[in-house]
Ligand binder design. Structure first.
Ligand code: UDX
Length: 445
């Protein structure tokens, strides 16, 4: 099949490369000319394990094409994926200007029946808005064409996106049109080899499914974080509680790891957007609001623990930060807990040495220049360099090389032997027996 994907961000690029790998002819379109030129030369705008090779192979084999000219991509194409960004507007609701601009552009060029697929995470009702925008363009051109708008949300985890795309738990397709459904069925047939994973439903149902899935996962995290805070005050070890409840098959072990809060491009944005959607229909979503509030609070975990130990004035103290990305396996720092922690440390006068295996460029680009200019925040070349002369080590992102730290090296390097473990990666007994102080999330002190 031939398909066009508009938007070569995270979702568009992963989807494009994976569809091409299945033998389709895929045109990836982006208005950013520089991005397109980079992609043609194998330079990817994002870090995702395995994606560079997948893109390079499929490009070389002539199945994956990059262009900034939508019209060129549209020749003999009946399937269009909209995968442009939907950043949060000022009030937290998703900003649809890019999605609608694409819908209009398609409408201004379309000459035959087409299926327009929303892959971007968009509020319930967006398929209708896209349909209207496109229809308007067709009307302007005096054309009487049929087309269908389908919702096909993605459920990709950064760092595991290719696997998630190739071996999905489920594929959600929202459409009321038998013709569009048949096209989607054919497109996804290779991903359904062993058993059918596609769940067909109404367009609005599919749009809501995406928000509900992410909000449910965020709820699990905020719930266990709330338990961890409570455990801290009640002399209970949350790790025992986690194991105790996770073994109940109705609860399960995934997404109940306590920590210094969830970040990333999806959970914070989607929970906030769903809250806004609810309020717009006159409904106060109490659970969602609490999930969001608990997460904001949780991102202050390091700050609270550090103050409890060192007091409010942190000037003259140095902290070694391990991990800046919002989670392992990505260079993404959107809504990362590390940002809240660093802001807190900078405001309290502390010095910071920070290291992340892949997010160093992101950090240099996204963190305020004055933090670097003051000389109080330094990015260093490896994890042990980040501990030279420090008063404490702060584990923010649980990258694999951080999981079994070299305690001897740390003993030699650190000024004070103290670990704040924001992801509960270490065994407190082991760390303490090696002569270190240890503070975990909801662990016994
Ligand atoms: C998420 C969803 O998993 C995916 O299905 C959706 O399409 C996009 O959003 P992603 O944002 O890439 O994917 O990351 P994920 O692995 O889900 O982690 C999100 C955040 O939650 C991270 O900051 C992580 O550290 C945190 N987390 C996760 C916890 O704090 N505890 C947990 O138990 C699990």
């Amino acid at each position: 099949m031939k398909l066009t994907i508009i938007g070569t961000g995270y979702v568009g690029l992963v989807s494009g490369a994976c569809f091409a790998e299945m033998g389709n002819q895929v045109y990836c379109v982006d208005i950013d000319q520089e991005k397109i030129e980079g992609l043609k030369e194998g330079r990817l705008p994002i870090y995702e394990p395995g994606l560079d090779a997948l893109v390079a192979n499929n490009h070389a084999e002539g199945r994956l094409h990059f262009t900034s000219n939508l019209q060129e991509a549209m020749e003999e194409c009946q399937l269009y994926f909209i995968a442009v960004g939907t950043p949060p507007g000022e009030d937290g609701s998703a900003d649809l200007q890019y999605v609608l601009a694409v819908a209009k552009e398609i409408g201004s060029l379309l000459t035959d029946y087409a299926v327009i697929v929303n892959k971007s995470t968009v509020p319930v009702g967006t398929a209708d808005t896209v349909r209207e925008a496109l229809q308007q363009e067709l009307d302007n051109r005096g054309l009487d064409l049929t087309f269908d708008v389908v919702s096909n949300p993605e459920f990709l985890k950064e760092g595991a996106a290719i696997d998630d795309f190739m071996k999905p738990d489920r594929i959600v397709v929202g459409t009321n049109s038998p013709r569009a459904r048949e096209m989607m069925h054919q497109l996804y047939a290779p991903f359904n080899r062993n058993h059918e994973r596609t769940i067909y439903m109404g367009v609005r149902d599919a749009e809501m499914t995406k928000y509900a899935a992410n909000s449910m996962l965020a709820t699990k995290i905020s719930f266990i974080n709330e338990m961890a805070n409570l455990c801290e005050l009640m002399g209970v070890d949350v790790e025992s509680v986690r194991r105790g409840i996770g073994s109940d098959s109705r609860i399960g072990f995934s997404f109940i790891y306590p920590g210094c809060g969830y970040g990333g491009s999806c959970f914070p944005k989607d929970v906030q957007a769903l809250i806004r959607m609810a309020q717009q229909v006159g409904f106060e979503p109490q659970v969602l609001q609490s999930v969001e509030n608990r997460n904001q609070f949780q991102k202050g975990w390091f700050g609270r623990q550090i103050r409890r130990h060192f007091g409010d004035d942190l000037s003259g103290l140095t902290f070694g930060v391990w991990g800046l990305a919002f989670k392992p396996g990505t260079d993404d720092m959107r809504e990362a807990s590390a940002k809240v922690l660093l802001a807190d440390l900078m405001a309290a006068g502390a010095n910071v040495l920070a290291y992340d295996p892949v997010a160093m460029e992101t950090a240099a680009r996204e963190l305020p220049a004055e933090w670097f200019a003051s000389g109080r925040l330094r990015l260093v070349d490896n994890q042990y360099q980040a501990l030279e002369g420090v008063d404490a080590m702060l584990l923010v992102t649980e990258w694999k090389p951080f999981r079994i730290p070299d305690l001897d090296a740390m003993r030699r390097t650190m000024k004070q032997r103290l670990i704040f473990d924001g992801r509960n990666q270490y065994d407190p007994a082991l760390i303490r027996s090696a002569g270190f102080g240890y503070v975990g999330v909801g662990r016994l002190v």
